[in-house]
Design a protein around this ligand. Structure first.
Ligand SMILES: [Zn+2]
Length: 333
């Protein structure tokens, strides 16, 4: 048993309370390799933004859960070296699907876990979430739950269709489970292909796809039922067109990739939405930078010469999200 507190990590409780009161959101960035973690920590340290490092099932399979935890521990020390005196870093399990995996993360130094019972029938979701909450809270680890179904594909999480969260269920769910935050479905979606072209309209000038707007009426109804309760948005990458264009002009093929427009996330960040998950955008930044090097310098074979530029591009992206979209800069001095 290792407590996250010994590792210098923090849970989400205070972060979320401050974010709701301050009208901003905490970035939750997924990581599964060193360059990505360096970029996240550098961007957070330079902007003094609290940050949530997320580990998905896919990341655990790819990089090993043990190694990822030690990397997060190293990240705290790295942040201090960068001059961030009191880093506010949370290590969070993304989409935990069983009690056992959540327990193993709590026991191993994670400061926050998500139990995703959203694909289960309502009562089973409550029972599973409650069990995880009862265990995690003994160690002051915070728990995110999910109600409603997001469409799209993210590692092992996938669903054909989305089902918006039902506002009439949220009070009962939050009260009976005791969860600390709630991921809801209001039209965000996992992956880089969030919407099918037929769900979108086309901008007559650019010919680019314009996605359907998020269901802010559902968010408003949820906030009315649970005033001040921390709300989480998954699947909130914006799929920056400049990265898609670089990928497509450097040997890639990503037609009709589309995400959530940043102005909608900016609006959400000012509400009770206090955690916004971003994964695909950093994958695009990485891939665009690597493809560019491969095309421009075909003789290059030192991975540092293409992973380095990829890391710089991700750092730029994370800082942009923190400062221009979520407004979390300067909130962890
Ligand atoms: Zn997710």
């Amino acid at each position: 048993m290792v407590s996250y507190k010994e590792l210098g990590l923090v849970n989400t409780r205070e972060m979320f309370a401050k974010a709701i009161n301050g009208g901003y959101a905490i970035p939750a960035f997924n990581f599964n390799n060193m360059e990505q973690l360096q970029a996240i920590i550098k961007a957070s340290a330079e902007t003094k933004s609290p940050v949530i490092l997320q580990v998905s099932k896919g990341a655990r399979n790819y990089a090993n859960q043990t190694l990822l935890r030690y990397m997060a521990q190293g990240a705290v020390e790295y942040a201090k070296e960068l001059g961030w005196e009191h880093p506010q870093i949370c290590l969070h399990l993304d989409h935990g699907d069983t009690f056992e995996v959540c327990k193993s993360c709590v026991d191993f130094g994670f400061s926050s876990v998500m139990i995703d019972g959203s694909s289960l029938p309502y009562e089973e979701n409550i029972a599973l979430t409650k069990k995880v909450v009862e265990y995690a809270h003994q160690y002051d680890v915070t728990v995110e739950a999910e109600l409603g179904v997001l469409a799209g594909v993210e590692d092992d999480v996938q669903a054909e269709e989305s089902h918006y969260t039902k506002p009439e269920e949220v009070i009962d769910f939050a009260t009976r489970t005791g969860c600390d935050s709630l991921a809801i479905s209001i039209g965000t979606s996992h992956g880089a292909y969030k919407f099918k072209p037929e769900q979108c309209t086309r901008d007559p000038k650019t010919g680019k796809l314009v996605p359907p707007p998020l269901a802010f009426d559902v968010l408003d109804a949820i906030m009315e039922k649970l005033p001040g309760f921390p709300i989480v948005l998954h699947g909130s990458s914006s799929v920056p067109q400049e990265y898609v264009d670089i990928i497509n002009t450097h040997g890639g093929k990503m037609p009709d990739a589309v995400g959530i427009p940043e102005e909608q996330l900016r609006k959400a960040a000012k509400s009770a939405v206090c955690k916004i998950n971003i994964d695909s955008d950093s994958r695009l930044a990485f891939t665009a930078a690597v493809r560019k090097v491969f095309v421009e310098k075909p003789g290059e074979f030192d991975p540092r010469k293409y992973c380095g530029p990829a890391r710089d591009e991700m750092t730029k992206l994370y800082k942009h999200k923190i400062i221009e979209v979520l407004g979390s800069d300067g909130k962890a001095e």
